[in-house]
Ligand binder design. Structure first.
Ligand SMILES: Nc1nc2c(c(=O)[nH]1)N[C@H]1C(S)=C(S)[C@@H](COP(=O)(O)O)O[C@H]1N2
Ligand SMILES: [Mo]
Length: 389
């Protein structure tokens, strides 16, 4: 007697595939079954969850809503580095996972009849949304890590919106497929694992391993030698840290050290020359620059504590401050620091990197460096510190 579970599994497995997928592909047809789809889907789902959560963290740290900004933590100092490294790493690992999943399920595109009922039509439509959103999301992310913005739309807004579409479509898909997933979660006697499926899963694991190793070196120092797929490797970079926008690109290549002044606003605001700034107590901190695009590198930064500069101007300790670059144009010429960041002893207006005066590309004469902060907010070529509230 076949068990009830076995019958259920057999019923679920009986997808109405066209004949050519059943016979002509021979043994390979088994790799298009629900057990394979579930096994691949578990890995894919895990990757999507990690990517989504780290994406939320990235978004929260880079552009927090007003209610969140005062509560963002400055520790661990490597928080953003780790979470953004995971975000880009899992995003890249999703490429082979998505491809294998699509290959496993694509015969279902050809089920006959194409639409059996309203429910079936809705299910197929939701899968179409899921596939389109997943492919587009991963593709846009990849293009962003390559610093390539070929479209007129803003990358982050679209990536953010699509992430929610993807989440919704994934949850719906999981709900619809719950009985099949439950039936095929583990190997069962009615559905034994076979060597083909094991090979497929091993091959998929190997592909994930290879792409991960080939990119992780952009943030995990010991893997640098393997970094083949990352556009910006930290080794060999000027002063030990890659440069995202050069001084020439930002139009600030010819800052005169003699003429430059730092303006600090506040009840007793003031201006300082570079010489005066160098005369103030200097502190050295080891902190990473972690770019949203996935690369990161740690350095020893030396400079004046931002909180010392703010105290001297009589700025209240609960104030938000805005740092303004000499750069005239571009989205990253200003950044805001919530009070916790502005007052953190590790937050510096840095004048030196790894013992050398900042090169023009790294922000000469002065730049912000703060713990647990996206690279895009580590403003270079600082000219002014404003008080917001
Ligand atoms: N004024 C200004 N500051 C800036 C940028 C910029 O374009 N303009 N780019 C930011 C980005 S995206 C990163 S990742 C870091 C990189 O710093 P680095 O070039 O010294 O490595 O600088 C940040 N500071
Ligand atoms: Mo960046």
């Amino acid at each position: 007697m076949e068990s009830a579970r076995g019958q259920r599994v057999r019923r679920l497995r009986d997808v109405r595939l066209p004949e050519r997928f059943r016979s002509r592909l021979g043994f390979r047809a088994r790799l298009h079954d629900a057990r394979t789809a579930t096994a691949v889907g578990r890995w894919l789902g895990t990757g999507v969850v990690v990517c989504f959560v780290t994406g939320l963290i990235s978004h929260g740290l880079q552009s927090p809503p007003d209610w969140l900004a005062p509560h963002l933590p400055t520790r661990p100092v490597t928080g953003y580095q780790v979470s953004q490294g995971l975000h880009v790493g899992t995003g890249i690992a999703l490429v082979p996972l998505l491809l294998v999943k699509l290959w496993t399920v694509y015969p279902r595109l050809f089920v006959r009849p194409p639409v059996r009922s309203v429910r079936h039509a809705a299910e197929r439509a939701s899968v179409a949304v899921l596939v389109a959103a997943a492919l587009l999301e991963v593709f846009l992310g990849l293009v962003n890590t390559a610093q390539w913005y070929p479209w007129p739309f803003p990358f982050r807004a679209v990536h953010w919106a699509l992430a929610w579409v993807l989440l919704g479509a994934t949850l719906l898909h999981l709900a619809v497929k719950a009985p099949e997933i439950a039936a095929h979660w583990r190997r069962s006697p009615a559905d034994p694992d076979d060597p083909d499926r094991r090979s497929l899963l091993r091959g998929m694991g190997a592909a994930v391993g290879v792409v991960t190793l080939a990119t992780a070196g952009q943030t995990v120092a010991p893997l640098r030698g393997l970094t083949l797929l990352a556009p910006r490797r930290p080794d060999g970079a000027a002063q030990g840290v890659p440069v995202n926008r050069t001084a020439a690109q930002a139009g600030v290549a010819d800052v005169s050290a003699a003429a430059w002044r730092l303006r600090v606003a506040g009840p007793s605001g003031y201006e300082l020359s570079l010489a005066a700034l160098n005369g103030l107590p200097q502190h050295t901190v080891r902190l990473p620059i972690a770019c949203v695009e996935g690369w990161s590198a740690s350095a020893d930064w030396t400079g004046v504590r931002l909180r010392d500069l703010l105290e001297r101007a009589g700025v209240p300790s609960g104030a938000f401050v805005r740092v303004v670059s000499l750069q005239r144009q571009g989205g990253y010429r200003v950044s805001e620091l919530p009070p916790r960041y502005a007052r953190d002893p590790l937050t510096l207006l840095a004048l030196r990197i790894n013992g050398e005066v900042l090169s023009p590309d790294h922000g000469f004469p002065a730049r912000i460096i703060a713990p647990n902060r996206p690279g895009v907010l580590q403003t270079k070529w600082v000219g002014e510190i404003e008080v917001l509230a």
